[in-house]
Design a protein around this ligand. Structure first.
Ligand SMILES: Nc1nc2c(c(=O)[nH]1)N[C@H]1C(S)=C(S)[C@@H](COP(=O)(O)OP(=O)(O)OC[C@H]3O[C@@H](n4cnc5c(=O)[nH]c(N)nc54)[C@H](O)[C@@H]3O)O[C@H]1N2
Ligand SMILES: Nc1nc2c(c(=O)[nH]1)N[C@H]1C(S)=C(S)[C@@H](COP(=O)(O)OP(=O)(O)OC[C@H]3O[C@@H](n4cnc5c(=O)[nH]c(N)nc54)[C@H](O)[C@@H]3O)O[C@H]1N2
Ligand code: SF4
Ligand SMILES: [Mo]
Length: 753
């Protein structure tokens, strides 16, 4: 079968990877006359095997959503009006030129949101865009997400890209901390059909343990649920490691013998944390911590995995490091069934291990002096960087696939700050809470009109696979692709005329990739001519051309003829259901980039942060803290305009334990007022014993009641914005990442009773 098969009844079937979440499920899409007839799971997909969640089929509704922007918008006299692309480009060209002349490049910032990671075009062209813009102040959704995990990887493995994932398909004991993959479908753990994978874990006699203040859908599947207090996972993990040490059960395994450094220093630094010393603060009995530590040591294989609840609850970097240490001291790092490193197809892989090391650098944010990480400062600092005057003040912003007004802390403050900007340009498919502030909105076409390859997510896959999809539906002549929009922005930022050709950017990116490959000893094309390789790419355009280079030069690649059976774009096109590259394999030492060449178990900056952790033990337990949650039918803030996903009872409820409800005088179905240091919201109360006492839960991504937006269905299901409550000052100092979980709040009955 090819990617598109014509059928006798006039329909055709297209095979396409779902771009909506990290699972990357294969879809089988039936199309007639450029209309989607049906979407279901692709049973032949090498990775997802027919699995699909309720969002997968809504690519049809997303494509057809009348509120999804088809034409650029320019704000004139406070109102967004549709214009032609020619008008939009001329406006962008003129406004950028005026802006740079008046304020310089340093006054322009960017915010890159989550869907960039799900868009091949945006992934490949957003970097050249940032380079062309020449801006220094960059914000992304990573500082409300996974950066702590990447910083820990930087220190421990020498590369922020070396993120171990749980070998879910082979482990005997999976410990899930602060993640809810039954709902999120997995994150930093690309694993389509998480429910099926957990079921097979059980069928082979494996066990699942969930550590979460909420008895989530994942915890419901678990053999053991430990209802931890938010923000205390690092204490629990440290105590489990100390427990193993005290019991003489540290066993890192022969495979790591030559490759570990700092084990004794790490154990010494953790010694003050014992099950007894942390139990009161953690809220989990010492015996349970001790027992779990023992089970991890006893299990033939085990994998400890942490996600949002561990990265966004105040100690993200320390917690991510402790997860690595625990996996290491139980012999499970880089071992089948343990915590392993994927080897993705589209990544240059030559030269073996190189010892470049990782450091945070000296740079700090202008106003609050937050540590910059991987070139970013906290999204939480966006408002102050805009409103506080002085040298380096941000006066302009380009947002790409981001909705920070709903997604980042103290969002009322940010909402107001965006009004102060002199120029704001957004690349986005909706006129929403954030883009309503934009002077120009440039809408890419719907995902079904774009090609796809999970460049950002396959590096976290629990099995090595590769999967490419061509666009399913046509684009009109006046519907530029997402990559064309971003490439054009790059050119205009460099002063090019409004009709500059975006293909120029493709040429530059390809040339740079080929040049470094022919120069690198050990690359499969070392010594060859870059021009000759470029010619071999044929007339493939845009991101497909760049992807072809990356695949061919990757670890399984054809190497421009060096390995005729190797991967290339042409080869992936012949395999619309994907290419299975096999289970994860051990990768130490090749994956290590530390200067020592070892796994660094006691990096100095992390060890220094343990003092902050120790201080928590002495602090009083807050009366109530707020955590977030996700829902299968949501995707952060932006899929609430699809009727099929929001119908039924309102989901933006405040979950409260019955004992707390009684204590605070709350009634199920009535409202409660939640107040934090920075704000207050009123939400309907849902009394449930699936949450521990002292903790309340409100989902993020709601609050669609701002004026001047165009999301009619979302506005009818507005809900409230939980990030009105999150505190822009609460930031993990090593990773620039916000605390979004474990926010101290007070709760009172709503005015209506
Ligand atoms: N309190 C709390 N806050 C959180 C979280 C939490 O758990 N709790 N989670 C955090 C996490 S993990 C994340 S990743 C962030 C997300 O933060 P953001 O990325 O800022 O927000 P999203 O809600 O994903 O908004 C995506 C935007 O992209 C647009 N969009 C959708 N598809 C496309 C496309 O194909 N192209 C373009 N150009 N635009 C598109 C949408 O219209 C929307 O404006 O939120 C964070 N915020
Ligand atoms: N359906 C759906 N799927 C999604 C998304 C979505 O919005 N909806 N968003 C996508 C994105 S951008 C991401 S990053 C991923 C996130 O993927 P996950 O991390 O799996 O998703 P969450 O549901 O946020 O799970 C976080 C869990 O941490 C718990 N928690 C909160 N604080 C703490 C704490 O201090 N300690 C512990 N141990 N647990 C805590 C919460 O109760 C919650 O159950 O999901 C992705 N997939
Ligand atoms: S789990 Fe994620 S990738 Fe799979 S169908 Fe649902 S939204 Fe799409
Ligand atoms: Mo995320």
């Amino acid at each position: 079968m090819t990617a598109t098969d014509a059928l006798p009844d006039g329909t055709r079937t297209a095979i396409r990877t779902c771009p909506l979440c990290e699972a990357g499920c294969g879809l089988e899409i039936t199309v007639r006359d450029q209309q989607v007839v049906r979407i279901r799971g692709d049973r032949d997909d090498v990775f997802s095997r027919g699995f699909i969640c309720p969002k997968g089929s809504t690519l049809k509704q997303l494509h057809e959503d009348p509120d999804r922007l088809r034409r650029p918008l320019i704000r004139r006299d406070g109102v967004h009006v549709e214009v032609t692309w020619e008008e939009a480009w001329e406006e962008v060209r003129r406004r950028l030129a005026e802006f740079f002349a008046r304020h310089g490049r340093a006054a322009m910032a960017t915010y890159h949101g989550n869907p960039i990671a799900h868009s091949l075009g945006a992934m490949v062209y957003s970097r050249p865009f940032s380079q062309a813009l020449g801006n220094t102040v960059r914000f992304t959704a990573s500082t409300v997400d996974q950066l702590p995990r990447q910083v820990a990887s930087g220190f421990v493995f020498g590369s922020s890209a070396a993120v171990p994932v749980p070998d879910v398909d082979h482990t005997d004991l999976l410990v899930v901390i602060g993640a809810n993959p039954m709902v999120s479908n997995g994150s930093l753990c690309t694993a389509p059909d998480f429910p099926g994978r957990l079921q097979r874990l059980r069928e082979r006699g494996g066990r699942l343990v969930v550590i979460d203040p909420v008895c989530t859908k994942t915890a419901e599947q678990a053999d053991l649920w430990l209802a931890i207090r938010p923000g205390t996972d690092a204490l629990a993990l440290a105590a489990m490691i100390t427990e193993l040490h005290a019991a003489g059960r540290i066993e890192t395994g022969a495979h790591l013998a030559e490759h570990l450094s700092g084990l004794d220093a790490a154990l010494a630094a953790l010694a003050p944390f014992t099950p007894e010393s942390v139990t009161a603060r953690v809220g989990v009995p010492a015996a349970d911590l001790r027992a779990l530590a023992g089970q991890l040591a006893d299990a033939p294989t085990a994998a400890v995995y942490g996600r949002i609840g561990t990265t966004t609850s105040g100690f993200g970097t320390v917690t991510s490091w402790l997860i690595d240490v625990l996996n290491t001291v139980t012999g499970n790092l880089d071992r089948r069934g343990g915590s392993m490193f994927p080897l993705p197809a589209a990544a240059a892989a030559w030269g073996g291990s190189n010892r470049t090391g990782f450091s945070l650098g000296e740079r700090r944010s202008r106003v609050s002096g937050h540590q910059a990480v991987l070139g970013e400062i906290p999204a939480a600092a966006m408002a102050e960087e805009i409103v506080v005057p002085g040298e380096g003040q941000i006066r302009g912003l380009v947002t790409m696939a981001g909705n920070p007004v709903l997604s980042t802390p103290h969002s009322r403050q940010l909402d107001a700050a965006l009004d102060e900007l002199e120029l704001m340009i957004s690349v986005d498919i909706y006129l929403n809470e954030t883009t309503r502030h934009a002077d120009v909105i440039l809408p890419p076409p719907s995902p079904l009109q774009r090609s796809h390859y999970d460049l950002a997510l396959l590096p976290f896959a629990v099995r090595n696979v590769a999967n490419y999809s061509d666009p399913v539906l046509h684009r009109g002549a006046d519907e530029p692709d997402e990559w064309e929009i971003i490439a054009k922005l790059a050119l205009l930022a460099q002063g090019a005329p409004a009709d500059a050709d975006p293909h120029l950017v493709t040429g530059l990116v390809v040339a740079a990739l080929l040049r470094s490959a022919v120069e690198a000893p050990g690359s499969p094309v070392h010594g060859r001519s870059a021009d000759e390789l470029d010619a071999a790419l044929g007339d493939e355009q845009g991101p497909a051309r760049i992807l072809d280079v990356m695949l061919q030069l990757g670890p399984y690649g054809a190497g421009f003829g060096a390995d005729p059976d190797g991967l290339s774009l042409a080869n992936l096109r012949e395999h619309p259901h994907g290419v299975d590259l096999g289970p994860l394999q051990p990768r130490i030492p090749d994956v290590l980039h530390t200067t020592s060449g070892c796994v660094e178990l006691a990096p100095a900056p992390i060890i220094a942060d343990i003092a902050r952790l120790a201080a928590v033990l002495a602090e009083p337990v807050p009366d109530a803290v707020l955590v977030g949650r996700r829902h299968l039918r949501s995707n952060n803030s932006w899929m609430h305009n699809l009727g099929v996903l929001v119908r039924g009872p309102g989901r933006c409820t405040l979950q409260v334990h019955p004992d707390d409800a009684a204590r605070w005088g709350l009634v199920h179905g009535a409202s409660a007022v939640v107040t934090s240091r920075v704000g207050s919201v009123e939400a309907p109360v849902e009394v449930t014993d699936s949450i521990r006492t002292g903790v309340v839960s409100l989902p993020h991504g709601w609050g669609h009641d701002a004026p001047g937006t165009r999301q009619r269905i979302a506005s009818e299901h507005a809900g409230v914005n939980s990030n009105v409550l999150t505190d822009e000052r609460a930031i993990d100092p090593l990773s620039a990442t916000s605390t979004l979980n474990g926010i101290p709040v007070t709760i009172t009955p709503g005015p209506a009773g």
